[in-house]
Ligand binder design. Structure first.
Ligand code: HEC
Length: 177
């Protein structure tokens, strides 16, 4: 009887904590998507990879397309953390490459020399890096050519820069008829 009385609260506590985990993970999903998009803008991924992630010519050289990148989540996180040696893809973690214990790809600035990637304008915390990578994975990677819907999702309904996409979509439809 005593044993039963003791067991019940334990089970109840487990159930309650499971509920808390479930509820808080659904609450966190949405703010994380918003965080990812704001990091994409703030950390200036948009400056080199463009709003649509298609990349191309930029002030940072030829940025690869995040729409067609085959990289896994882990590989994407690594590239954002460490940048890419020998290219203008910047690293985003403070002090990385600065010493033996701060290596990326098994190298540091002493061994890489001029090939050390540039440092980003904004450094990111691990949580920010995961958020921006998940934003890329959910909205950009594997999405095909960017369309009017993507443009509005990024810039908002009122954005004048999306209007030409709506127009060319209409023209395309008219031509096909
Ligand atoms: C200064 C310009 C610049 C900025 C800012 C920048 N990138 Fe890049 N990025 C590049 C360039 C250039 C490459 C191509 C590197 C190469 O040739 O391998 C690249 C490559 C990548 C790749 C590798 C793609 C592949 O398929 O190998 C990923 C992923 C990436 N960038 C994500 C990001 C994210 C996310 C951000 C923002 C946090 C960002 N980049 C900010 C210039 C930039």
């Amino acid at each position: 009887m005593i044993a039963q009385q003791k067991r019940l609260p334990v089970r109840t506590r487990i159930i309650i904590s499971l509920c808390v985990v479930l509820v808080s993970s659904t609450i966190h999903a949405e703010p994380n998507a918003r965080l990812g998009k704001s990091i994409y803008k703030k950390a200036n991924c948009v400056g080199c990879h463009k709003w649509h992630g298609g990349g191309g010519g930029s002030y940072g050289g030829l940025a690869l397309s995040l729409r067609v990148t085959p990289l896994s989540r882990e590989a994407l996180i690594l590239v954002v953390r460490c940048g890419r040696p020998g290219t203008n893809m910047p690293y985003h973690v403070r002090q990385i490459y600065k010493g033996a214990d701060r290596e990326c790809y098994g190298s540091n600035s002493a061994s890489l020399g001029d090939a050390t990637p540039p440092r980003a304008r904004y450094f990111l915390r691990d949580r920010d890096i995961e958020a921006v990578v998940d934003y890329v994975r959910n909205n950009i990677q594997g999405r095909g050519a960017p369309n009017y819907g993507d443009c509005v999702a990024f810039w908002g309904e009122e954005a004048t820069r999306c209007k030409h996409m709506a127009q060319s979509k209409l023209n395309g439809e008219r031509k096909r008829k």
